[in-house]
Design a protein around this ligand. Structure first.
Ligand code: FAD
Length: 365
């Protein structure tokens, strides 16, 4: 019989990504200290950075956009500034045969903005509003049972399985991962179908970073934006800090997860993709691109608390997200799904995670 932690909580939040932490911070502001159970040994979920030369470079999201009220509200409340995505100069277009065309003017990122300190600054600001020990790292929720007076979570911890009792639970985890929790009684089939069929935004993708001592592309009148039909990087941008170096380019890998695995198997390990990506940067931006201070590849399809096998294929179009209203609250309003994919208007985005956290907290008396 698994141990219990001996307490009953009004609310428990599962997942310490942006949606879970935003919900916990808003509840803390109302005097409700909701435990946050997080499977990984870190905060942030899909928000992750790589530190080099004193700067945190994004391995997950990088951009926000004007017209995102929840992001704007959190930035203002946290005193965090934004700056425009660097897009001054020409855009490169690499054709499938490797030829490179230079196009003047606009980059593909339009009016994208970046957050001072990266999206990790949001995670830090939110976590500072929580009590010490409120987030329990290394706590993976495996089972969820509806009981006579609430819900009971079965949680795998480094010290064994514990049971945690709650009045209400917010699942701040991607719907597909939620479908892997064993629910007793089983959820209605339309909810299970929704959870299984909702792809996790960007879960099949990989992001490549190259960090440099100078912005040599800018010196050639290039913005750092590039689109390639040759690959392995399909889309490249400047991800440097706003004021000074170190400078950096990042690219979304154009190969899907199966192709990345096949390349690693046939070409001697994961470094083959890193080498090919750096070589492509040399083709596009010149020899200086071969002299990176640091290189980093983040393959999200290999992260079990983000991606399932069904997420391996990259999503072409942005899916139509949002939890159908009649499914949004289950088990007599005790169980809510609040990850970004459950947002109808901003599903997949940082804004969607914050919007859903706010909507959940508004339901708590
Ligand atoms: C490469 C990449 C680029 C992106 N670019 C952008 C961008 O430019 N702009 C933008 O707005 N958005 C972007 N996104 C999306 C953005 O990252 C997400 O919208 C946001 O981070 C989602 O937050 P979330 O809390 O809903 O989910 P998550 O960040 O996925 O958090 C879920 C948390 O739950 C935990 N968890 C999972 N299962 C369990 C379990 N059983 N028990 C306990 N804990 C569990 C996970 O470890 C994780 O910490 C990008 C994402 C990626 C990967």
């Amino acid at each position: 019989m698994p141990a219990t932690d001996g307490q009953h909580y009004d609310v428990v939040i599962v997942g310490a990504g942006l949606s879970g932490l935003a919900a916990a911070a808003a509840l803390a502001d109302q005097g409700i200290e909701a435990p946050v159970l997080e499977a990984r040994n870190r905060l942030g979920g899909r928000i992750l950075s790589f530190s080099a030369g004193g700067y945190d470079f994004d391995l997950g999201p990088s951009w926000i956009w004007p017209g995102q009220p929840h992001v704007a509200g959190l930035l203002a409340a946290s005193g965090i500034a934004v700056f425009p995505q660097y897009a001054t100069g020409a855009l490169l277009h690499q054709l499938a045969d490797g030829r490179i065309e230079r196009h003047p003017g606009f980059g593909p990122m339009g009016n994208a903005l970046r957050i001072q300190g990266g999206p990790g600054a949001l995670i830090q600001a939110l976590s500072q509003r929580l009590a010490p020990e409120q987030v329990r790292l290394g706590h993976t929720v495996r089972t969820l049972e509806k009981t006579a007076n609430g819900l009971c979570l079965g949680v795998a911890t480094p010290d064994g399985t514990v049971q945690i009792s709650a009045g209400a639970v917010a699942l701040a985890i991607p719907p597909r991962l939620a479908s892997k929790i064993a629910f007793t009684p089983a959820l209605p089939s339309d909810i299970t179908r929704f959870l299984e069929q909702t792809p996790t935004w960007m879960a099949g993708h990989a992001k490549f970073l190259a960090i440099y001592d100078s912005p040599f592309w800018r010196e050639q009148g290039l913005s750092g934006d590039a689109i390639s039909r040759k690959g392995p990087l399909a889309e490249i941008h400047d991800i440097s800090p706003p004021e000074a170096g170190p400078y950096a380019l990042f690219g979304f890998v154009g190969l899907d997860a199966a192709q990345r695995t096949a390349l690693a198997e046939t070409a001697g390990g994961p470094s083959a993709l890193i080498d090919a990506a750096q070589q492509q940067l040399v083709e596009l931006f010149g020899d200086h691109a071969g002299q990176a201070q640091a290189l980093k590849l983040q393959d999200w399809s290999r992260e079990p608390f983000t991606a399932l096998e069904s997420d391996a294929a990259p999503l072409g179009q942005h899916p139509a997200y949002g939890m159908p209203l009649h499914l949004a609250d289950s088990w007599s309003h005790r169980l809510s799904f609040i990850a970004t994919e459950t947002s109808r208007e901003h599903g997949g985005l940082i804004e969607g995670a914050l919007e859903r956290a706010g909507a959940f907290v508004a339901t708590i008396p």
